[in-house]
Design a binder for this molecule. Sequence first.
Ligand code: NAD
Length: 441
Amino acid sequence: MAEKAKAPNGKLGVMIVGLGAVSTTFITGVLMTRKGLAKPVGSMTQYDKIRVGRGADKKYLKYKDIVPLADLNDIEFAAWDVYPANAYESAINAEVLKEKDIEPVKEELVKIVPMKAAFDKNYAKRLDGDNVKDAKTRWEMVEQIREDIRKFKEETGVERVVVLWAASTEVYVPVNEKVHYKLEDLEKAMKDNDTENIAPSMCYAYAALKEGAPFIMGAPNTTVDIPAMWELAEQTKLPIAGKDFKTGQTLVKSGFAPIIGTRCLGLNGWFSTNILGNRDGLVLDEPANFRTKEVSKLSTLESILVPEDQPDLYGHGNDEDTQYYHKVRINYYPPRNDNKEGWDNIDIFGWMNYPMQIKINFLCRDSILAAPLCLDLVLLSDLAARAGRYGTQRFLSFFLKSPQHDYTQDEVPVNHLFQQYVMLKNAIREMGGYEADEEID
Ligand SMILES: NC(=O)c1ccc[n+]([C@@H]2O[C@H](COP(=O)([O-])OP(=O)(O)OC[C@H]3O[C@@H](n4cnc5c(N)ncnc54)[C@H](O)[C@@H]3O)[C@@H](O)[C@H]2O)c1
């Protein structure tokens, strides 16, 4: 049977790469919740109840009553950013939360001053801050980030650290077998300053794992989704997770596609578009950065509605004549700021191929949806480390748009929201010393 998680024994350091809209909404919400001034709505670790045991022994318990989760009061925050604004200034600038929801924790937020970023402008051309490390090589970047982590541990006395990437999406880095497959090749490329194949995010991930911290990738970057990083996670016995927070449109997609699939309806096409005006939208307005996001968003549907499994239903769209047409668009539109509006047009067909349409119009708030995911991913990665779990944590797929999987072994990602939920519940059960007793089918 899987290992039961050990109880924490001290504070948890949460070090966040990027101190923008998502991070400041996350941090402010945690601090406000600690003061009893806000509710962490949307967080599975704070609200969800799952069944443990069967028959007469069955109980429905919150996660904290099944596993030894870190307490919100035991979290210490730190961050890196390209811009020098502290967490208070950045939260105000982001315009996600109202001042009344920020002011009560101003004193704590002001103290979160970002450390200099490991940054390369070629990876996000639209960013122009100067709070940046002076590193001659990628290897130097790694060493400086490691030093930051050690210093933070020393200064705060935290027992454990988790590193979370909530920084901008980098330009698309295709997996290169010569660099990204073996750890020794990856290290060599860092030392040789191969800036084309080594993104700054890889330096954060490498540094985190070397310093004993689990690493979570909240953007669609390739970073920890390469065999060399899996090797490092195995060597250091640490959990990694990624990629890309599953928030608005993709959450809807992974929850709605099963309706079409389970009722054996056909799909001719799914067109998703949205408008978004925050800094994330600005960065994604650059085609090379959008490409990273597009790859991530497109992958969701294909593993839920599989053309090869049901050629009559999903195999005769107009996408290279092999399957339904799937298109994803993101449009930068400043007036909406963080309040994204998404439209989905779904062309389905039923009995005797008669066509029908479904329209979904989601007026969401990007960072409000992402913040609880940050909390859950951080707490559950820390828990997984204490349960001796390491490598890609597939049970965290529930929170991710483009879940990591071993593509070298033809493993397929699980995108189906309800299958992901079963994986999550089973892992919580196991880490609480119960049997993982639900089938994924
Ligand atoms: N909000 C959502 O619904 C959602 C969903 C999925 C993924 N994401 C991803 O989360 C990330 C954060 O989103 P956001 O809205 O907070 O964006 P944001 O632009 O408000 O914040 C990102 C911050 O990261 C900083 N940054 C960029 N590169 C950095 C580096 N190398 N080191 C340190 N800091 C760096 C930027 O200066 C910026 O302040 C984005 O990659 C976004 O694609 C968000």
